[in-house]
Design a protein around this ligand. Structure first.
Ligand code: Q46
Ligand code: ZN
Length: 306
């Protein structure tokens, strides 16, 4: 690991990763052993490894798998669900499964094609759907904290995208912890935010965690992949650049470099008239609006929100 000037054998690497995650959990006051934790599990290496690390650290965490119905010839969603199931069963852990088609009548692919006449990319529709379902389940079942498997590469790419266009409202909210500072929102945390993607891949491999290797068929369209490639070039020349980019941003944010606008400070939170979830605009939330067939109004710009 050139970025840490550190070389470890398998045994020590498999101890090092959970130690680093535990330090991150404590450093950012993410949660304690008394919290009710819900991990968003996609069947990929990051979320399954996160669940594994929590298990090894003695935290009790349940999983949530969201069936998005992404099936572009490879049954991506079906395959990823079976990896999530396999892991949960092997460790005796509870996995909640929410299927979008069953619950709402359409898959993410169908929704993308229908709503907004295909003007939005599947990732925008998917992101909105996942955030809605995660918050709804976590809140309705009394979980205190929602955990996602975003790693350092994910966070640096999101930060890079938001910095390129200086999206202040996202920059101010990006970080290891998103507090439940508005009614109806569950606290969200990212315990892997300081671990490189390569390190997570090595962890999953060395722990022999079976996970879905294929990329989501829509991933090639995601701008974040391009940003990751750019950052990888930088990291190749300057090991540690990604970590430093992310950590110095957090420092700047803590120092008050970004502050909410007057409009954002005055922003009210309403309850969606359909699902009861929080929304900043009165009436339907963005998710429920997406399902209303006659409404082709603006979706919020969601691509870079994590
Ligand atoms: S699952 Fe969904 Fe990702 Fe696929 S459609 Fe895009 S956002 S790439 S993490
Ligand atoms: Zn709603």
């Amino acid at each position: 690991m050139r970025q840490h000037k550190l070389a470890l054998c398998k045994v020590h690497f498999l101890d090092w990763v959970p130690e680093q995650v535990e330090r991150t959990i404590k450093r950012y006051h993410m949660f304690t052993h008394q919290d009710r934790l819900l991990v968003a599990v996609s069947g990929g290496k990051d979320s399954l490894s996160l669940w594994d690390i929590l298990y090894r650290l003695g935290y009790s965490a349940e999983g949530l798998y969201i069936g998005l119905g992404i099936d572009e010839g490879i049954d991506y969603s079906g395959n990823s669900l079976s990896y999530a199931h396999t892991f949960a069963e092997a460790h005796g852990l509870v996995l909640h499964v929410k299927d979008i088609k069953t619950e709402y009548g359409e898959t993410v692919s169908e929704l993308t094609a229908r709503t907004h006449r295909g003007r939005y990319k599947p990732c925008s529709v998917c992101g909105l759907t996942k955030r809605h379902v995660m918050n709804l389940l976590a809140q309705s079942q009394g979980y205190t904290t929602l955990l996602t498997g975003h790693n350092l590469d994910d966070e640096a790419a999101i930060l890079f995208g938001n910095t390129l266009s200086w999206v202040g409202s996202y920059l101010i909210r990006q970080g290891p912890v998103l507090e439940a500072d508005r009614p109806g929102f569950v606290r969200k945390v990212k315990p892997l935010c300081r671990i490189y993607e390569r390190e997570m891949a090595a962890y999953a491999l060395l722990r022999s965690i079976p996970y879905i290797q294929e990329e989501c068929p829509y991933a090639h369209d995601a701008t974040s992949i391009y940003h990751k490639e750019l950052l990888n070039k930088l990291e190749g020349d300057r090991p540690g650049a990604k970590l430093s980019f992310y950590l110095t941003f957090l420092q700047a944010r803590r120092a008050g470099l970004f502050s909410p606008t007057i409009d954002e400070r005055a922003e009210m939170v309403h309850s969606c008239t359909e699902c009861g979830q929080p929304t900043t605009a009165p009436g339907l939330c963005a998710f429920c609006r997406m399902f209303v067939k006659s409404d082709y109004g603006q979706l919020p710009a969601m691509g870079n929100e994590s």
